[in-house]
Design a binder for this molecule. Structure first.
Ligand code: CMP
Length: 141
């Protein structure tokens, strides 16, 4: 078993799809190990997505991620990082496979309902970004 970080994004919390997305992830075999709702500040969103700082869509991404509440969560499964990437589908919902979170719930490349860590190293960094040691100890097991 390993862990990864997902974030249900402000488009999905705003249009009432957060519960359906969480249910779909549980149906696909992920176990929720930590979860909270938060509204990111511009500084937090900028730091979280710092790897994209030079991309043309960075400003739009930070603006969107601060536009409403989001729901970061720690998910556990076998090979959690690639399993979650498969479950959420391609960044662009037009290219996402049937049955994936983005095919079902994303509107566009930007407003794409969910984020998932892209490597074990980034999963560890991103989990630590949102959850303290005690959150993870409390929710372990
Ligand atoms: P996410 O998995 O959160 O990681 C980086 C995010 O950048 C990505 O999902 C998209 O929401 C966003 N993104 C990537 N490409 C584009 C794009 N061309 N236009 C707008 N946003 C993008």
């Amino acid at each position: 078993m390993s862990q990864t970080l997902a974030i249900i994004k402000p488009d999905a919390t705003g249009n009432g799809k957060a519960g359906k997305i969480l249910a779909l992830l549980e149906e696909k075999g992920f176990t929720v190990k930590a979860l909270r709702m938060t509204r990111l500040s511009e500084a937090q969103a900028g730091e979280f997505y710092a790897v994209h700082a030079e991309r043309p869509f960075y400003g739009e991404l930070v603006e969107f991620m601060t536009s409403g509440p989001c729901i970061p969560m720690v998910l556990e499964a076998d090979d959690a990082v690639p399993a979650l990437r498969d479950a959420i589908g391609a960044t662009d919902p037009a290219e996402a496979a049937d049955g994936t979170v983005r095919k079902l719930y994303a509107e566009s490349k930007g407003r794409n309902a969910i984020h998932a860590s892209d490597s074990d190293e980034n999963a560890a960094r991103e989990i630590a970004f949102f959850f303290s040691e005690s959150d993870r100890i409390t929710t372990a097991g």
